[in-house]
Design a protein around this ligand. Sequence first.
Ligand code: AMP
Length: 284
Amino acid sequence: MRQVTTVSELRKLIGQARQAGQRIGFVPTMGALHEGHASLIRAARRETDFVVVSIFVNPTQFGPNEDYQRYPRTPQADALLCQREGVDLIFAPTVEEMYPPGYCTWVEVTGLQDVLCGRSRPGHFRGVATVVLKLFHLVQPDIAYFGQKDAQQARIIRQLVRDLNVPVKIRVCPIVREPDGLAMSSRNAYLSPEQRRQATVLYRALCAAKELVEQGERHAERVRQHMVRLIEATPGAVLDYAEIMDPETLQPVREIQQPVLAALAVRIGPARLIDNMTLTPPGS
Ligand code: AMP
């Protein structure tokens, strides 16, 4: 496994892989790697010949009062996980390498970027779309792997690739969870033992919503309210949003007639956690 920090080293190694006719798989991450990331790497290994993982805590996707400074950084453990999972190349650039002085070009996926997490985190998806497009240009992957954990991000990347004719296939892999259902996240490290127990409310609320829909409830607002009540009944949990939406448009639905996406963002102490689940009405 190689690890590089500069664009020029990356370009050289990518050039060699392409020259050798290898298919390139790409997993963009912010590091503090866990089993969720490992599942994307395994999917890349199954489908491609040369697996590249980027590790970059992207400052432009954090708001001024967010957790950029304290975001967990675990480079040694990350390298071990990548080695164990058979990654070929880690790209871990500095901020200056990605955003040299005078940098001023931004990518926006209008509409999709303004709802859900985009409403609570203005500018977040502009930072995400910009860094992902830059990374696509640098790595030139055949297939890039994202997690359904960040459903809005995955939807935005699909749109970006379609709209700007980026020649990459996007794969979205299932959410990897802890045994008690909590979606794995680098931010779970912020939780105290008590907050960690409270954090299971996201999964419990989503499962309760799924069950209601499977029992025939079609009225989205009633399902949504049920999730809200469960979260509000949890000490220490502060709801950011609970939505039931069309997975394509990310717009709220009234009647659940087809599979919909239930999505939550909840603050538990110092962590803002997100999770989602597809709710499928019987017979659809
Ligand atoms: P991050 O390092 O948090 O920016 O995540 C990098 C990629 O890993 C994104 O595509 C995430 O959606 C994905 N990811 C993060 N957590 C999980 C998880 N629990 N299950 C599956 N994919 C995940």
